[in-house]
Design a protein around this ligand. Structure first.
Ligand code: GDP
Length: 299
């Protein structure tokens, strides 16, 4: 895991500097808390989460009678780890032969690429995957998913651009069941700004899925681009609570010095991070492990 987290290099610099600064303090002063807050913000942990962390650490420092920066540093590590929650593997159906994952995200977030990466990973684990191109709004999105499908040897069920996403999902479920797939990943629209439309669309898709797979969909994942930082989070937050989101995929974490974004995501959206995208290649998707992530940041 250590080696695979090598991409964190730039983020790691932020955190190790933060860690050093805190540890250098023999006493706990106001400057220490100010500096720590600044460092957290610089690493894109986000204002809400950063301020919450400072409050929490100050409270603990008092209760546990901490005297040195080293003690604060250890507590910081603990709090960051617990912000991220437990590792959260994908949920598979226990009653139906088919498990269905829905994936949403704005254009350019890395949604199509992440779906291909997931399909590749699951195929390598022995699953038989089918993909559904239900983001029918953009012709390019359909084509792109097909190209990926060919590359990784996974069938992509699609219709013409602007067709009804529900019809695509219906077709895809039939195709998946017929060919004995155990996983169907649905590429769903990325128009998050039209919150109501998306919610209506998801409701419709859920109905169709539940006709054939009563306990589905088993995951509703949102793809968020780490390089767009707090803006992307704001957008996701406005509707996350209403649509039954079950997890997050953070992409392009390799291209940013601000991997601290992961903490803001987990804290703000209140759903686990399932995967992180670490590059453009099909193998560049890592199941998220909170402990290794935090450890990699501080070593
Ligand atoms: P979509 O519009 O959301 O479907 O986005 P795409 O899947 O087409 O991805 C947009 C761009 O981001 C492409 O050039 C991808 O290669 C790139 N991309 C996706 N995920 C990652 C990632 O984890 N790391 C990096 N560096 N690039 C990524």
């Amino acid at each position: 895991a250590e080696q695979r987290l090598g991409f964190l290099g730039r983020t790691r610099q932020f955190f190790s500097r933060m860690s050093q600064t805190v540890q250098e303090n023999d006493t706990l002063t106001e400057e220490l808390w100010d500096e720590l807050l600044e460092s957290l913000l610089a690493a894109d942990v986000g204002p809400n989460t950063s301020m919450w962390l400072i409050d929490r650490l100050r409270q603990r420092a008092e209760e546990e009678q901490m005297r040195t920066g080293s003690q604060v540093q250890r507590a910081l590590r603990e709090e960051l780890t617990s912000l991220l929650d437990q590792p959260s593997p994908l949920r598979f159906s226990k009653q139906s032969p088919l498990t269905v994952f829905l994936v949403i995200g704005v254009n350019g977030s890395g949604k199509t690429t992440s779906i291909a990466k997931m399909a590749h990973l699951l195929t390598r684990e022995g699953h038989k995957v089918t993909l559904a191109a239900a983001d029918t709004f953009r012709a390019a999105a359909i084509d792109q998913l097909k190209v990926w499908g060919e590359r990784i040897g996974v069938p992509v069920i699609s219709q013409s651009p602007n067709s009804d996403p529900g019809a695509v999902v219906y077709d895809a479920i039939q195709a998946a069941l017929t060919r004995g797939s155990d996983v169907l990943i649905v590429d769903t629209a990325g128009r998050l700004h039209t919150k109501n439309n998306l919610m209506e669309e998801l409701k419709k898709l859920n109905k169709i899925i539940q006709k054939f797979v009563p306990d589905g969909p088993h995951e509703l994942l949102i793809v968020i681009d780490a390089t767009t930082g707090q803006n992307a989070l704001l957008q996701a937050r406005t509707f996350a609570a209403n649509i039954g989101l079950t997890g997050v995929i953070i992409t392009k974490i390799d291209g940013t010095a601000k991997g601290g974004f992961a903490f803001a995501v987990a804290d703000d959206l209140g759903v686990p991070i399932k995967f992180i995208g670490t590059g453009e290649k099909v193998g560049d998707l890592i199941p998220f492990e909170p402990k290794s992530f935090v450890e990699a940041l501080f070593t």
